[in-house]
Design a protein around this ligand. Structure first.
Ligand code: ADP
Ligand code: MG
Ligand code: MG
Length: 324
């Protein structure tokens, strides 16, 4: 076929994993819609395992029964939890999958969101420590009666890797997987150029970007204070909690975007960096995630990037200053 032919993507959007998910396939293949259906079926299976809101999920079962006794999880749930525990250890608990009870207390992103009393937070804060989670092989045990596991900061990234693998297995080479802003850009555009993924302006309308990254076979994942939040007396309370305080993390950041080959790492990393802040965050990347790149957008309106990003990020905004 001729090189100027426009390929219309085959796409589908559904609400899964607590968010709007869109898969768009750009290959010229009849298998696309079948492959996409297979992806959504897998995402629904994952949701059944990982959802903290579904009483019958694997995670809810662990949260309900694993205090002071072993509950066996499936391999996949154990794999994701182990990955979360690695990030918890490396970040000294800035990323913490034991944050569940505190997350529930705030209920941010639901109609029941509210500011808890200091007393309520204090009562549950000790439970929100990954050292209360014991995992051997696929056996999980909780060491504090109030500890609740929450994999919300890593599940969508993992799911994007699964989606990519399913598409690949079906012979798909060009696709955009968008799980509520957790993007995986597979292969290249039909034109042969790299995908262009916008980095949301954290204080702009949806679709207003601070710049564009040019990527191929990469996850692009953002954690920001604008994605799920509520406001009381002019103060913004968002959904990424600092486990040391039990309050939304305030480390001078509006958002962090991470670019990595691995969706699960990009997701865990973006949340980790958001809690750590830009300075500690840059150190964390140098030490533990050399092949990942990050863009930090600060409350004082600077854009800070890792060195490797300079080649692939076109900054288009004038609302922020390039900073160090
Ligand atoms: P998003 O949900 O917008 O993709 P994140 O990947 O950063 O954003 O995940 C935020 C979610 O992770 C929260 O909604 C909550 O369920 C959970 N969470 C909040 N704070 C932490 C934390 N410090 N460590 C790990 N998970 C967290
Ligand atoms: Mg995350
Ligand atoms: Mg996420």
């Amino acid at each position: 076929f001729s090189s100027c032919r426009v390929i219309e993507p085959v796409g589908k959007t559904e609400f899964v994993l607590g968010t709007v998910c869109t898969i768009s396939v750009y290959d010229n293949t009849k298998k696309a819609s079948q492959a996409i259906d297979e992806v959504f079926a897998a995402l629904k299976e994952l949701e059944k395992k990982l959802s903290a809101n579904d009483e019958s999920s694997m995670i809810s079962r662990i949260n309900k029964y694993a205090y002071s006794r072993d509950v066996s999880a499936d391999e996949e749930t154990a794999f994701i939890l182990k990955k979360a525990m690695e990030y918890a250890e490396k970040s000294g608990g800035a990323f913490d999958p034991a944050i569940g009870a505190i997350v529930k207390l705030w209920n941010i992103g639901t109609e029941d969101a509210r500011v808890p009393s200091e007393n309520e937070i204090e009562k549950l804060l000790l439970s929100a420590d990954y050292q209360n989670i014991n995992i051997r092989e696929t056996s999980i045990r909780l060491l504090n009666p109030d500890t609740r596991i929450d994999l919300g900061a890593i599940a969508k990234g993992y799911a994007s890797d699964i989606a990519r693998d399913i598409l690949k297995k079906n012979g798909i080479t060009r696709a955009i997987i968008d799980l509520g802003g957790n993007i995986y850009a597979m292969g290249k555009r039909p034109t042969g150029e790299e995908w262009r993924i916008g980095i949301q302006d954290p204080r702009g309308d949806k679709g207003i970007y601070i710049g564009i990254v040019h990527v191929s076979d990469m996850a692009v994942v953002t954690s920001g204070d604008y994605e799920r939040f509520f406001t009381v007396n002019g103060k913004r309370y968002h959904h990424i909690i600092d486990p040391t305080s039990g309050y939304p993390a305030e480390n001078g950041l509006l958002s962090v975007s991470v670019i990595s080959k691995s969706g699960i790492d990009a997701d865990a990393l973006s949340t980790t960096l958001f809690v750590l802040g830009a300075d500690k965050g840059k150190d964390f990347i140098k030490k533990y995630a050399k092949d990942a790149e990050a863009v930090f957008i600060t409350t004082d309106r600077r854009i800070i990037t890792t060195d490797g990003l300079k080649d692939i990020l076109d900054i288009t905004t004038t609302n922020y200053q390039l900073g160090k």
